[in-house]
Write a protein that binds this ligand. Sequence first.
Ligand code: GDP
Ligand code: ZN
Length: 309
Amino acid sequence: MQATVYKSTGSWYQVKTETGLFASVRLAGKFKIDGLSTSNPVAVGDWVTVAGIDHVDTAIITEIHKRKNHVVRVSPQRKKQHHIIAANLDQSVLIATYKEPKTSTGFIDRFLITCEAYHIPAVLVFNKTDLLTAADHEALEQCLERYRAIGYRSFGISVHEKKGIDVLLDILHDKTTLLSGHSGVGKSTLINTLFPDFALRTGAVSAWSGKGLHTTTFAEMFDLPEGGAVIDTPGIRELGLVDIAREELSHYFPEMRDRMNDCQFNNCMHINEPGCSIKKAMARDDDSISIERYQSYLNMLDSIDPVSY
Ligand code: GDP
Ligand code: ZN
């Protein structure tokens, strides 16, 4: 029977079958040695085949279907191993805040670049707009405009004032969405608003998975009442940015990707090469390449180890 993985604790998986039933299953032993470069062979969002679903003790995943896409974090135990956070995403929503706490542009840009690299459409949502002064609102609007100009849906919401939630719900409708964000941005509050029976459900799931231990570090999928699903990734600060070579990085900045064919050298890194179209665009100061984004590019470039590729 076909099923989708809703939660994984490492040894047990909660799946929802095509008939809409939730069940706890284990993985057939042979897969355990299969994941060479990943520390977990099955992730939330995976499409799988399960057998023996009628028998709680023996139900197993017998097949893992090809993934449409996936996101990883680097496994804390082994640097070279990747831990798959979630698979088969339609999109990813980053919850950020302009203040209390301020989400850094560096963090936002790393998130967006990671999504580009994984071919997952990204949406940028700023929560807590109720805290903003008139001047803050103006500054946030400029920031949102910067991201809209390069193609990202970006808008503000206030979970407390229930503002913008309808817009967000509309985006989530009928899609599988990865919800990300630094702690403190209001992600739990938002999830409680989107899923009124969430508190009840987490309680149940914690008990089932052995309470406490890792209950806050496992990704979990929740169905939206109107169709679609959201994958929450509690405890995961940031998606892993892997397998991007320094030469490749600018491909994941849409505003750079659009222009780099005009650079004099086709291996241009857009730093200080002659005839660089990116630097020319910046010199024109027409906002086509923002200083903030370019700075993020340089910072990310610095963080990529040149010897590993
Ligand atoms: P998480 O770490 O992202 O899950 O954040 P929480 O949901 O725990 O929220 C962190 C704090 O932000 C809590 O004190 C919430 O009450 C508060 N918060 C959440 N949404 C809003 C909002 O729309 N406006 C304001 N002012 N505070 C909010
Ligand atoms: Zn260039």
